[in-house]
Design a protein around this ligand. Structure first.
Ligand code: URA
Length: 271
């Protein structure tokens, strides 16, 4: 059976963008895991995207796969896009090219070189393209959008825009407390329902005509959608895109955890 794959950075301006990525003078190593390199995007770079999603920062699965939002957060957003009828015509970038370590200082976040480089990506994906809607995941992504919106290049671009709660905010905010997780998930889904209603009239070019069905109060079957094989680089084994948990930062202390990213083939793949 043939395996479709994402060809990667084969055309300008992405070839140059990937060659000229910002390094430690822009992304301080105390705030970002530079040791694992930058991670750029997921989805269509060929101009066929109708929805652009701005995420936050890549994590341990992205580090291996070299595409962003490839884990649980990605599957949740994939589900949201499917509710809009978008199954292929999308592109994702993150606010930060590198994985955040701890928290990001305001001075770094607002650094002109960091912002300019991200704006070059946004220009490449939005100016003269056919994106109809932009979705920002969380506050940092919203800020990234506002910085870009204030640029001269952005003035020619007219797209619908919504900032939503980050897809894994319920887990990060509830810190293992199940009651809090249920409440935060309900709140997130309400927030996403409002976003769907705001964006759906603007998403005119869909992949699959779909009647808008809103979320309930908790995740149900079908809300999380698998990331298509065609989003991954060539030859990636299926188990790396079907579930999470195969990549873990392992070690006895923080430094060891920065140095190690252990990949484990899940049970059931081998005898
Ligand atoms: N992975 C990403 O690449 N971005 C997010 O925002 C979350 C997970």
């Amino acid at each position: 059976m043939p395996h479709p794959f994402d060809p990667g950075y084969v055309a300008e301006p992405f070839l140059t963008l990937c060659a000229e990525y910002p390094e430690a003078n822009v992304y301080p190593p105390e705030q970002f895991r530079l040791e694992w390199g930058p991670m750029f995007h997921r989805g269509r770079l060929d101009g066929s995207a109708h929805v652009l999603v701005i995420g936050q920062d890549p994590a341990q699965h992205e580090t291996v796969v070299r595409r962003i939002l490839v884990g649980e957060a990605g599957r949740r957003v994939q589900g949201l896009l499917a509710k809009l009828g978008i199954t292929r015509s999308y592109v994702f970038i993150n606010t930060y090219m590198y994985s955040v370590y701890g928290s990001v200082k305001a001075k770094t976040r607002k650094g002109p070189t960091l912002i300019d480089y991200r704006n070059r990506w946004l220009n490449a994906l939005l100016v003269g393209r056919q994106v109809e809607a932009v979705l920002a995941l969380g506050q940092a992504a919203d800020e990234a959008w506002q910085f870009w919106k204030a640029t001269p290049a952005a003035q020619s671009v007219n797209v619908a825009y919504v900032a939503v709660t980050h897809p894994t905010q319920p887990e990060s905010s509830s810190k293992g407390d199940k009651t809090k997780l249920v409440a935060a998930t309900k709140k997130l889904l309400q927030n996403w329902n409002a976003a769907l209603q705001a964006l759906s009239p603007s998403v005119q070019h869909v992949d699959v005509p779909t009647l808008l069905v809103l979320y309930g109060e908790s995740w149900v079957d079908g809300d999380r959608v698998a990331i298509p094989e065609s989003d991954f680089p060539a030859g990636l084994p299926a188990w790396m895109h079907e579930q999470d948990g195969w990549a873990k930062r392992t070690g006895a202390d923080d430094l060891a955890k920065r140095r190690n990213n252990t990949r484990t083939v899940p049970k059931g793949i081998l005898a």
